[in-house]
Write a protein that binds this ligand. Sequence first.
Ligand code: S3P
Length: 171
Amino acid sequence: HPDLICARPVVLVGMMGVGKTTVGRRLAARLELPFYDADHEIEKAAGMTVSDLFAAHGEQSFREGEARVIKRLLEGPPHVLATGGGAVTNPETRALIAERTVSIWIRAEIDTIVKRASKRNTRPLLQNDDPRETLIRLMKEREPFYASADIHIDSQTGPHANTVDLIVDAL
Ligand code: S3P
């Protein structure tokens, strides 16, 4: 029941392309909570796109901004938050997620991730010759962090609405 989980923010984690933003927005509507997308919040704060931020200041600087934005949001009232795929690489962010939120890992097979993440050209980490290799490496590094989420949900091949239903049932 929505009332049960309203006390804590609901945070979506998982690799690029699994649908965290779409699922998060719909989940927030179902739970009648505000929705935030960490990448979008970073873009607003920096006044530039994630790609431009990476290009102008580098990944490290992006990660610092990402951690700050997530901290600010998680210290606020309950909401649904879609994080960027790499947010869990920050130890402080991981601690905050573990302590203050209901976390949900949206899991997908590597083939699905490669297909979906490569679709749009907005991801600076995939601007190289071999996005598949990169995604496999990132998945290996991050899987243990994703796996510590409270709830694991398989991304559905059909509409994202099915994924939202599975999450609502799991909550
Ligand atoms: C990243 C994922 C992106 C974005 C940035 C880095 C990553 O977010 O934060 O391009 O390191 O996996 P999405 O997971 O929303 O694509």
